[in-house]
Design a binder for this molecule. Sequence first.
Ligand SMILES: NC(=O)C1=CN([C@@H]2O[C@H](COP(=O)(O)OP(=O)(O)OC[C@H]3O[C@@H](n4cnc5c(N)ncnc54)[C@H](O)[C@@H]3O)[C@@H](O)[C@H]2O)C=CC1
Ligand SMILES: O=C1[C@H](O)[C@H](O)[C@@H](O)[C@H](O)[C@H]1O
Length: 336
Amino acid sequence: MLNVGVIGCGGMGRDHIKRLTERTQGAKVVAVADMVDELAKKGAAVAGVDCKIYKDAIDLINDPEVNAVFIITPGFAHKAALLLAIKAGKRIFCEKPLCTTAEDCLEVIDAEVKSGKHLIQLGFMRRYDKGYLQVKEAIKSGHYGEPLMVHCTHRNPEVGTNYDTPMAVHDTAIHEIDVIHWLVGDDFVSAQVLMPRVTKYSHSKLQDPQIMLLRTKNGICVDNEVFVNCKFGYDINCEVVCEDGAIKMPNPAYPSIRKNAAAATTIDTDCFVRFHDAYDAEVQSWVNDAEKNIIGGPTTWDGYLAAITADALVRAQTSGAIEKIKPAIEKPGFYK
Ligand SMILES: NC(=O)C1=CN([C@@H]2O[C@H](COP(=O)(O)OP(=O)(O)OC[C@H]3O[C@@H](n4cnc5c(N)ncnc54)[C@H](O)[C@@H]3O)[C@@H](O)[C@H]2O)C=CC1
Ligand SMILES: O=C1[C@H](O)[C@H](O)[C@@H](O)[C@H](O)[C@H]1O
């Protein structure tokens, strides 16, 4: 049994605690930590009566009963918890992004490599989503030729006033950055951001929507519409256009209802519903891999590659220019 400690009991944290407690074989939440007492108590209530409560992450990490750690704090707080958990030699599941800058990711890579242990899996759950897996299988089949373009939308109904322009990249588009790289198996080399007219539903610190453009080494062009105040739903789309055909990711299957001379279907309203099964699959695989002492999912290096692209997009948000993307280091043999 993997005794898990969960750091961060916000929306995603409590969703993962519920998943670990009710739907994951081989794991148990034995401790939670949150700097907000009320939220820590809420997280512990989901885990059950025996769950210990901490305020500081370091105390949870150093609890001898905790042999694995979930880091579900905001992206800017990941590095501190990661470095402490690596130092303690704990198995780690870290929600995306690894860190909010490539520079911070390099510190985590350095610490993990020096530890000599593969400890970290990243929460890029779209790699476990049935729809994305179907697209990947179709590309791999070769029936449609080489990918040429990828069209994506990442639409949220709304975000809070703490959500700012760079977050559209390192908190939201980071999903497309990772999953498209994984789908086409090609590195990004340049980034550009177009800023359409701002929606009336945005606020002074957020340019919304944004169109993010990426080019890969082999010339594949990706456009990603990130619109986080679209109002109508949580609408995620991906279409890969190839030489001999186009592969469009299926949307979740809901009935089409006809009533009062109108036809309608359902659009999810948040990621927790839209990617429910993908989260379950990524967490179960992380637990299963613990017995083999391996990291079978997205690694720290995947988090770094996503971060260098995110950094370039954030630069492009203000420069308006085409920004180059290049790793600062060679891929360590540790991650090969
Ligand atoms: N994979 C996915 O689709 C999703 C991933 N996420 C990720 O999950 C993480 C958390 O996101 P949310 O739950 O939406 O954020 P949130 O802001 O709702 O919750 C974060 C929690 O962490 C706590 N916290 C912050 N700093 C802390 C520290 N140093 N020590 C202990 N607790 C601390 C806060 O008090 C808060 O309760 C982020 O990395 C986010 O990117 C969030 C939503 C979906
Ligand atoms: O990871 C997520 C979710 O998947 C949402 O789509 C994003 O908009 C959100 O910011 C992020 O936390």
